[in-house]
Design a protein. Sequence first.
Length: 576
Amino acid sequence: MEIITPHKKLGELLIALGFLTDEQLQQILERQKKTGKKLGEILIEEGIISEEILCAVLAKQFNIPYVSLSEIEEIPKDVLKLVSEKLVKTFQFIPIDFDKNTKTLTVAMSDPLDIVAFDSLKLSTPYNIKVVIARKKEILEAISKYYEKKETIQEIEKKAETELETGFAEIVEEQDITELDVQAEAAPVVKAVNFIIEQALNLKASDILIEPQEKEIRIRYRIDGIFHDQKPIPKKLLPSIVARVKIMGKMDITERRKPQDGRIRINYNGRPINLRISVIPTSHGEKVCIRIIDAQALTLPLTELGFEEDQLKLFEKAIRQPYGMILVTGPTGSGKTTTLYSALNVLNTPDVNIMTVEDPVEAVIYGVNQVNVNEKAGLTFAAALRAFLRQDPDIIMIGEIRDKETIEIGINAALTGHLVFATLHTNDAASAVTRLINMGVEPFLIASTLTLVISQKLIRKICNECRRQYKVSLQQLQPLGVTPEMVNNAKEIIIYKGMGCSKCQGGYKGRTGIYEVLECNDSIKDLILKKASHFDIKQQARKNGMLTLREAALRKLLSGITTVEEVLKNTFADET
């Protein structure tokens, strides 16, 4: 191997990526002349970049791979024996792989410009050498692990606790971020990103927005479905924060012109948390959106989802059927996945084969065979479903119906003795039927397979700590759709409102579901066969006893769970 000459100097590359200004670079070069230290060392000491970012930039500069040694479970002993312990400790590199076919030894180094180390290695071994970049801290830890006296489990646990306390624990897969009070010596960018994520988790936010503005970075958390502004961050930190998030999500930090997606899995207070990351360029810089997915919160008891008693009976009856199709509809973020996962959790017994195809898998459920869509590899919803039918499943879940082919395979599965769950984007339950017909599905197939359609939304609950009651007249509530029968002909009705306190967000704390549950009985199937409009189907369903979303929300209002404002904000008045 030859030492690759970089096309652009490190300082110039960092300026191009927005980590440095020309003035900062000149100051650091002056310090370098006085101290003799490497440019990267000074940058890390000054807190301008983290070692992780430095390694990623060096990898880009020299066009060689960047490797995270923490992700390598075990380096084979045969590979370690190929280089002497003395040489490893002297030059602080470590062998990690050996290709017998090409006689190539892969070695992790923190400084690809260390020609003395490279030449010494080359002279000591007859093999070809392939250099990859790794963090110096990880290399030293690996040397200690493989060449020093082995530590006991207790010693390893104690060291991990110490690292967490001093704030050097990075947020990567399966690492704990329960305590993120990093010390002053930690890079400011790591401290900033850790704090943003930890604060969001503490506030039970579902989304984090990092939005560049003209003079600052706007931080917003979505809590109970509403965005709340947090303290803004200086604009100069944007490149470092975005790069840090990209590295966490295994994205390309040098790509700033195209949208990118990534994922992180972490533990928080003993709970697995998935973070879905989306980065997109805007006029003021790259915007970051982080979706927080609490795996445990995705599988709730059915009684805690928000169903009314009569709705829950219909749902439980439908999921116990041996075959048929159950559709769950609603806008993005309305809790459809939670409803489906909770149902699968009830049905997940040793004698049942459950398979799901999702984009992406939101949470891993033990005993359920979950498949992630990978369209680049040709693994689409339709391709996965075709393969499922050769795997002898009893229950199939389709993460989202996007095209005619997917729904046709799902309907064929329901016709041939499988119970099929799927989601669809419609505004109410009745619209799901007309949507399927518009997608080209024959009405007789829909009528033969469709068992139940659920439409749902989430509304905020009043905080129990600051809840106050007040009286209103029936006449005041009638424009909302409240009828005398709903309140037992009372003239005055007690409803509630949150006053706002330290334990809630403006009088609200938590959310619950409101549902339309459309049972496809004979009268509904007759309308499907006639290609009736969604209005006709909805009216017939209401005659059969179906609650609309507005009526379900009004029940929550009259029960003291939510407010008038939430009813108006989340539901439409029913057509008569």
